[in-house]
Design a protein around this ligand. Structure first.
Ligand code: NAI
Ligand code: MG
Length: 349
């Protein structure tokens, strides 16, 4: 029997609640599908920081390399540890340490779920965001701080290798889906980096003549995601543009309770990290109100990435069987608790 070793990082706040609810669902699913999932719970979190002075052991990233995948809840408890410390030392350290250059997020309405703008289920978008460089490369500095001459510089970094690998992943995904790819730039205003991105898009597109490519400026596609989301399939964007567009994606799919994300290294050889998009939600922690569906959806992305396609599809089908009945947590207008909703998904498997 095939066995996968999964690093479980519940993290903080509702991170542990959604992980503790979702993991047994995945275990039952694996049993039914004829493979096994062996989870190692790793307590790296803000609590860990208070005890040890670091968010994870110094060899944390090295420890993670031994796993087949990483399944993460949420990180951050701003009342105890500042966000720039917790996020940078755990989440970003893992993304950068394992060179998880692609951040993929599916946006569609699950059966029975009503988005704020749409109730019909005609759109199905996969946003692919560059995850390691671009506008978030961190290159820059501040000079004359506090004085009259104060200046701040933040330089975007676009490398040929970095842009090519994220575009190539987008084209591969487009091939597996509807055959359409939207490349997002702002090349009318950013005439160096974004013109380069356009050129790289043309270059990579030559290897995928079966994929239809459309270029959009980021402002235009932001509006299009709201007015005509059904015209989009795979959307590939830089770090900053992708960050903003995926929040629009989460909004049109019904909110943070549904948004799931896969951080992967397309070259392989390291585990991917799969997580809900939401944070630790300190305002509702400990109350059993957290929606576990984003975490379960992230679990389906993980199983698909591991090659367990039938299991991933069975999980999504079970989730939608439940959402179609109108059952859900309070954010969905329902009255189920986190564990009750997860149990309903198990029952629907
Ligand atoms: P948040 O995503 O934790 O919460 C925003 C709002 O959405 C809150 O009102 C919350 O109750 C609600 N919400 C979030 N997830 C939900 C769920 N599954 N079910 C029902 N309601 C849900 O964002 P916030 O409050 O800005 O950040 C809280 C902490 O989380 C901070 O420390 C922040 O840095 C961290 N964070 C961590 C992320 C990660 O680990 N990937 C991502 C975003 C924030
Ligand atoms: Mg964001």
């Amino acid at each position: 029997m095939k066995n996968y070793r999964i690093a479980l990082l519940p993290g903080d706040g509702i991170g542990s609640e959604v992980m503790e609810a979702a993991w047994p669902v995945l275990q039952t699913l694996a049993e039914r599908q004829g493979f096994s999932l062996e989870g190692d719970w790793l307590p790296w979190s803000c609590d860990y920081y208070l005890k040890h002075g670091t968010m994870m052991p110094t060899d944390g990233v090295e420890q993670l390399r031994a796993f087949d995948a990483i399944y993460l809840g949420a990180v951050g408890l701003p009342a105890t540890v500042p966000d720039h410390v917790s996020l940078r030392e755990l989440l970003l350290a893992i993304r950068q340490g394992l060179d998880l250059s692609v951040n993929a997020r599916p946006h569609r309405l699950l059966a029975g779920v009503k988005g704020p703008l749409r109730t019909d289920r005609t759109f199905d978008i996969l946003c692919i965001r560059e995850n390691t460089e671009g506008e978030y490369a961190g290159a820059g500095g501040r000079v004359h701080q506090g004085g009259e001459l104060e200046v701040a510089v933040e330089t975007s970094i676009f490398t040929r290798a970095g842009v090519e690998r994220v575009l190539r992943h987008g084209f591969e995904q487009a091939r597996l889906r509807g055959g359409k790819l939207a490349s997002v730039t702002k090349s009318n205003a950013q005439r160096h980096s974004m013109v380069f991105w356009d050129e790289m898009t043309d270059r990579v597109a030559a290897d995928y003549p079966d994929v239809a490519v459309t270029r959009y400026h980021v402002d235009a596609i932001a509006a299009r995601m709201i007015t005509h989301p059904e015209t989009l399939d795979v959307v590939v964007a830089s770090n900053l543009f992708g960050d903003i567009l995926t929040d629009i994606g989460a909004a049109i799919q019904g909110g943070l309770g549904f948004a799931a994300s896969a951080n992967i290294n397309p070259a392989g050889g390291v585990p991917g990290m799969f997580e809900p998009v939401h944070g630790s939600a300190p305002d509702i922690m400990g109350l059993g109100l957290a929606n576990p569906l984003a975490t379960l959806w992230a679990g389906a992305l993980m199983l698909r990435h591991l090659g367990e396609i039938a299991a991933a599809e069975a999980l999504m089908a079970a989730i939608e069987k439940v959402t179609a009945t109108g059952a859900g947590t309070p954010d969905m207008g329902g009255d189920l608790s986190t564990t009750q909703l997860a149990a309903a998904v198990t029952a629907a498997l």
